[in-house]
Design a protein around this ligand. Sequence first.
Ligand SMILES: *[C@@H]1O[C@H](CO)[C@@H](O)[C@H](O)[C@H]1NC(C)=O
Ligand SMILES: *[C@@H]1O[C@H](CO)[C@@H](O)[C@H](O)[C@H]1NC(C)=O
Length: 483
Amino acid sequence: MLIHSALLALGATLAAAVQPLEVQGQYFVNPKTGNRFQIVGVAYQPGGSAGYDKAAGRDPLSDPDICLRDAALLQILGVNTIRVYNVNPDVNHDECASIFNAAGMYMILDVNSPLVGESLTSYNPWESYYAAYLNRTFAVVEAFKDYPNTLAFFSGNEVINDEKSGADVPPYMRAVTRDIKNYVKNHASRPIPVGYSAADVRDILFDTFNYFECSLEGDDDDMSKGDIFALNSYSWCGDSSFKKASYDQLVSGFKGSSVPIFFSEYGCNTPSPRIFTEVGTIYGDQMTGVFSGGVVYEYTQEKNNYGLVSMEDDGSAQLRSDYVSLEKQYSKLDFASIQGQKPPSDSTNKAPVCSSKLITTDNFNNNFTLPVPPPGAQKIIDEGVKPAPKGKLVEISNWKVKFTVKNPDGSVITNLAVKPLEDDAINSPGTNTEAGTQTSAEETTGTDSSASPSDTNAAAGLDARVLPAVAMGALALAAAAAF
Ligand SMILES: *[C@@H]1O[C@H](CO)[C@@H](O)[C@H](O)[C@H]1NC(C)=O
Ligand SMILES: *[C@@H]1O[C@H](CO)[C@@H](O)[C@H](O)[C@H]1NC(C)=O
C-alpha cells in the first residue's frame, strides 16, 4: 500500500519522456540504446483536412480529451509514431504532445497546410515561395522543436506528382528544405531531421529521391540535402507479395541510400476491409535493411474510407475491422527483435554529388542551382520567428478516456486509458493491456482482473482484447483446447 502510493506520487511528479531519436546515416537510431528504430506509425488527422480549422483555433493536436482517447487506442494497437499533416503553430499543443509522449509515441509533423500561403504550390512554385510562407513553416518548427517526441518535419507532401511539377518544383522544394534545416540549426537544441514526403509515382519517384538526397558539390554538410526521404505508397493491395506489390523495386531503388527511407503512408484500401498483410513484409528481412518502417493511412474514417476508427462529433468512437486486422498483423511480429537491431558499424552510405546525370526522366528538373531565400526570410532564419510559439511538456493528471468507445461488434471497451510509460520507453504491441470488453449490459467494475477477457487472452498468449466478443469466445475455446 505504501509502495503503491509512493509510486503514484512519483507518477504524478515525474514527466517521463521518450528519448529523442537521431539520424545516423541511413538509419533512425536511439542514441541511448544504440538500436535502430523502425517507425510503426499511423497518420493522425481526425476530421480529415477540416480537422485543421484556423479560424476556430483547432487542429488535430489541440483537444486533449480527443488526443487522450486516440493515444489510448493507438497505444493498444501498438504504434510508436503518429504523422500529423496540418497544424496551427499558434494553438497550444502541450497537452496532446505530452499525452503522446507519455504513451511512448513520436510525432512527424508536416510544416505545411492546404491553405493558400501555407504550402509550396505544385504549379508556379515561385509564386508561393515568400517570407510570410516561410515564417509560418518556421513557426511550426518553433511549436514542436522542444518536445522530445518530435521525430521529424516534412518540408513538403506530394508537391511533385507529375512531369510538369517535376519540371518546376524540385529547386524550390529543396530550397524550402534548406531554409527549414537552417532554422532548426539556428534555433533548436537538437538536430531534428527534415525531409520530403513523395507521392509514389513510380516514373519520377527515384528522380525525386535523387534530387533531394544528393549533396551540392559533395559537401556532406550541405544544408539543402534532405535528412530523410519518405513515400506515400499504395502498391500493396489485398493479399499481395513483396514482388507482386513491387516492393522489390523499392528496395533495389533505395538500396545504398544515405538517409532513412520509410513509408509516410501505406495501406491500399481496395479490397476493403483491409487485411494488412504488407505489415509482415515491411518489418521483415526483405525490407528492414533499407526501410525504417512506415505509417498506415489513416487513423479516422473519413469520406475516402481509409479509417481504422470511426468517430462521432460527441467524442464517442468505434473501432473498425481494419483496426482489428492491423492489430492482428502487428501482434504476429517480434518487435523486441525488430527494434533491437544495431546499425551495421561500417555501413554509413555517402550521398552522391549532385549532378544532372542523377536525373533520368526527360523534363524532370536537373538544375541544382537553388533559389536564394526570398526577401525578408534570411532575417527570420537568423533571428527567429517573433513571437515564437514554443511548446513544452506539461503534467497530465488524468489518463482515463472520457468518451465511450466500442468494438466493431458494438460492445463497449472498458478501462480505456493511456498507460504512461517510463522514461525512455517506446510503445509497442502488448504494452497497454488494461482495457477489457463489456459484453453484457451488466456493469463490470474492471478491478477484478481475472474477469477481464483481455487478461484471459493475455494468459493464453493471445492478444485479442478488441476482437468481437464472438471471436473472443472462439479464441478462448481454441486456447482451452490447446491445453
Ligand atoms: C510569424 O509567425 C508568428 C507565429 O505564428 C506570427 O505571430 C507572426 O505574426 C508571423 N510574422 C510574419 C511576418 O508573418
Ligand atoms: C539553372 O537555374 C538557374 C537559376 O534559375 C539559372 O540561372 C541557370 O541558367 C540554370 N541553368 C541551366 C543550365 O539551365
